[in-house]
Design a protein around this ligand. Structure first.
Ligand SMILES: [Zn+2]
Length: 464
């Protein structure tokens, strides 16, 4: 079946848009033609989008959907429904917050079997290497098989906090990077210096401190910067492609930027909460904004926005990680409250509103940050991340002028809370299409449509 979407605009250069028609067949863009190219419908199905802005589907490169194992926090059905409602047509799920963690082909297959019937949007899966595996002499073989199976990238931690997926020592990191360099796959690093954080946490506990300010002080910018410098040296020593996940500190970005200037193969992502909030907000909001890394200062926040504009930061991802609400977020102590915020549904509207509408980033840069750059990083830029003929017809119909107020109760993930509660945003997702199929629609009467679970497909790294 051939469908022609007419009366719409797509981003071109800067803030410009072109009026075009999108012809979709067999889940792909068949043609992208100037407006009014065709007058006779023939046997095509026509859809009039009333002049709406159409964006490439967003790719959230960093989500924790916790399935299987921690489905009281999120599961793949609720997580991908939230993604669809937020204009995210492909999520890349982390290996560390499901049980068993995805560290070999058996655990990968087990996870795929469980999540496939639940997916509302397409998905890729990170593989991981944890400290728990390092005593197994077969870890190199397991890693190599995992990469051959088509995982998106490999995740490691310098500071984990999870018994089921422990962090690596500096020596182990060098070992892993030697392997990934050989295998030709990037490594995402949670970069915080465990010796700094552990020591400062211990001292705060000794003093009996228990506040957002104390938690933030235990994870200072220096902990991030020190870890990033260590990653850069490991990158230099091995030549491995590395990526700093959820970068939050200005100093850490300075270090990444200097390394990129030397042509080292390193990149970074940041998250909406680091672009929006500071420690002052954390003191005001409490655990609802507890994350690791923690939000930093106003100077850091401004530096991150600057990094998005300049290209020093490659893309934005959410680090979507929801704890059971309110139980795990209100344990009575900042130290035991769950660290993580849901975000997949708000990434695109947030960046459109606070990035593009405020004039900080262009429309073109917006689509790079959430679509084309993550597609490039995960090796799927030959089929996703762009509105181009031959590409998967993943796209979002966006209401540019819809001013709306974020309410956690109207989100679609399992545990509904957000530090953005009450925030007014300009621009909202009206409909989301995955490979030409409607995945989500917000109708004029306020009702919502979701395609059945199981319509999302697994996307392997690099495959045509
Ligand atoms: Zn994460």
């Amino acid at each position: 079946m051939r469908t022609r979407y007419v009366n719409l605009r797509i981003p071109t250069e800067g803030n410009d848009t072109d009026s075009v028609e999108l012809v979709v067949e067999d889940g792909r863009f068949e043609e992208i033609l100037p407006a009014d190219s065709e007058t006779a419908a023939g046997d095509e199905h026509w859809v009039n989008l009333d002049g709406a802005l159409v964006l490439p589907g967003a790719i959230d490169g960093h989500v924790h959907f916790d399935d299987p194992g921690f489905t009281h926090r999120e599961d793949f059905a609720s997580g991908t429904a939230a993604a669809a409602a937020g204009g995210v047509t492909c999520v890349v799920d982390m290996p560390c917050t499901s049980l068993p963690p995805v560290t070999d082909t058996d655990t990968l297959e087990n996870k795929l079997k469980i999540i496939a019937p639940k997916a509302h949007v397409d998905y890729m899966l990170w593989g991981g290497v944890s400290g728990n595996m390092m005593t197994d002499s077969r870890w190199r073989k397991k890693l190599s098989d995992l990469v051959d199976s088509g995982v998106a990238a490999i995740k490691i931690y310098m500071l984990s906090g999870m018994d089921t997926f422990r962090d690596l020592t500096s020596g182990e990191i060098l070992d892993v990077l030697e392997q990934t360099h050989r295998l030709g796959i990037p490594v995402g690093v949670h970069a915080e210096d465990s010796s700094i954080v552990d020591e400062l946490t211990r001292r705060a506990a000794e003093r009996g401190e228990d506040s957002p300010r104390a938690y933030a002080a235990s994870r200072p910018p220096a902990a991030e910067a020190s870890a990033v410098l260590a990653v850069i040296e490991a990158c230099r020593a091995t030549g491995a492609r590395v990526h700093i996940v959820h970068l939050a500190a200005g100093e850490a970005l300075d270090a990444v930027s200097a390394a990129r200037f030397e042509n080292l193969p390193i990149s970074a992502e940041t998250c909406p909460h680091y672009l929006e909030f500071t420690i002052q907000d954390f003191e005001r909001l409490g655990s609802v904004l507890k994350t690791a890394p923690v939000v930093k200062g106003e100077v850091d926040r401004e530096r991150l926005w600057q990094g998005l504009v300049s290209g020093e930061i490659s893309f934005v991802a959410t680090d979507h990680a929801a704890g059971r609400w309110p139980e795990e977020k209100e344990t009575g102590s900042i130290w035991t409250d769950y660290g993580g915020v849901p975000g997949v549904e708000l990434m695109l509207p947030y960046l459109y509103s606070q990035g593009f509408s405020t004039g900080r980033i262009t429309l073109q840069r917006l689509t790079e940050l959430v679509s084309s750059e993550p597609a490039r990083f995960f090796g799927i830029n030959h089929r996703k991340g762009f509105l181009r003929p031959g590409y998967d017809a993943d796209f979002v119909v966006f209401d540019e002028n819809d001013r709306w107020t974020v309410r956690a109760s109207t989100l679609h993930n399992l545990n509904r809370y957000t530090p953005l509660e009450g925030r007014e945003l300009t621009g909202r997702v009206r409909a989301t299409y995955v490979r030409g199929q409607s995945a989500f629609e917000r109708r004029l009467d306020g009702s919502e449509f979701f395609a059945p679970a199981g319509t999302g497909e697994w996307v392997r790294r690099g495959l045509v």
